[in-house]
Ligand binder design. Structure first.
Ligand code: ADE
Length: 284
């Protein structure tokens, strides 16, 4: 396992986001964790201020890992061991709501997990430790509140019309096939606003690792719930991926320095640090 690099902030890039902009590349690290290697070697980069950040491409460069096979335990463990305290994750998502248009960004606060039991989603699996981690608020809410004004400012300044939606519920489905029309409509009835294939188990594992995790969801399509419209295809998703990735890079660049300072002071991270203290079941 690689030594602590004193990197406080980790960025996980989703579909289309395989690198960040305006950073100076320092080195790649590829630590072997007890759960294997991360999706791709982790880039340690410096912002103009000298602040170091760690970047992982969730699906690897060239998008070669499908969502069900992402080694999330290795990704989160590797970031933790590098010293990371806050993870800013990006993910392409489908929209389950008319008002969330392709090209818009969202900060979800809730998750409906439709991957249950299929993906390894706990560091405690196959161990003799029984841990029931609090996950009622699956994202780091203080971190999300902190992000809101900053992300909105970048979107407004970009002038491309992208809106920011807050307080949304994301459905994480298994894939790799997209949802049926019936499923897409059912998720809307359940209260889902967004849909992706990646936020679980990442968010669960970040919580178990006591890391503050926020997701910036970037909408690419309307999934398959709209009457008289064709159902989503990979080509629809690809159409908006590069514009969304470009804007995601602007957002990341705008917030990373300040996020690093906030992570140092611990202010926005207070909810997660120590959260596992009472999660482990005592042995009788
Ligand atoms: N990622 C992007 N669009 C999606 C959709 N419609 N369903 C699941 N994951 C997605």
């Amino acid at each position: 396992m690689s030594a602590n690099e004193n990197v406080l902030v980790g960025v996980i890039g989703g579909s289309g986001l395989y690198h960040l902009d305006n950073l100076t590349f320092i080195k790649h690290v590829n630590p072997e964790t007890p759960w294997g290697f991360p999706s791709s070697p982790i880039s340690i980069c410096a912002l103009p201020s000298g602040t170091k950040v760690a970047f992982i491409a969730r699906h690897a460069a060239g998008h070669i890992i499908n969502p069900s096979q992402v080694p999330s335990r290795a990704n989160i463990a590797a970031l933790k061991f590098l010293g990371v305290r806050a993870i800013l994750a990006f993910s392409a998502v489908g929209s389950l709501r008319e008002e969330i248009a392709p090209g818009d960004f969202a900060l979800p606060t809730q998750i409906i997990d439709r991957t249950k039991g299929i993906r390894p989603s706990s560091f405690f699996e196959d161990t003799s430790v029984v841990a029931h981690t609090g996950f009622g608020d699956p994202f780091a809410n203080k971190f999300i509140n902190w992000l809101e004004t900053r992300v909105r400012k970048v979107l407004e300044e970009s002038g491309n019309g992208a809106k920011l939606h807050t307080d949304k519920c994301i459905v994480c489905m298994e894939g790799p096939q997209f949802s049926t029309r019936a499923e897409s409509k059912m998720y809307r009835l359940w209260g889902g606003d967004l849909i992706n294939m990646s936020v679980i188990p990442e968010a669960k594992l970040a919580r178990e690792a006591e890391l503050s995790y926020a997701l910036i969801a970037t909408a690419t399509d309307y999934d398959s719930w709209r009457e008289n419209e064709s159902s989503v295809t990979a080509a629809d998703v690809f159409k908006t991926l590069s514009t969304n990735a470009e804007l995601s890079r602007k957002v990341a660049f705008a917030v990373l320095d300040e996020l690093n300072e906030a992570a140092k002071e611990g202010d926005i991270l207070t909810e997660e640090v120590g959260c596992m203290k009472f999660a482990i079941m005592p042995r009788s």
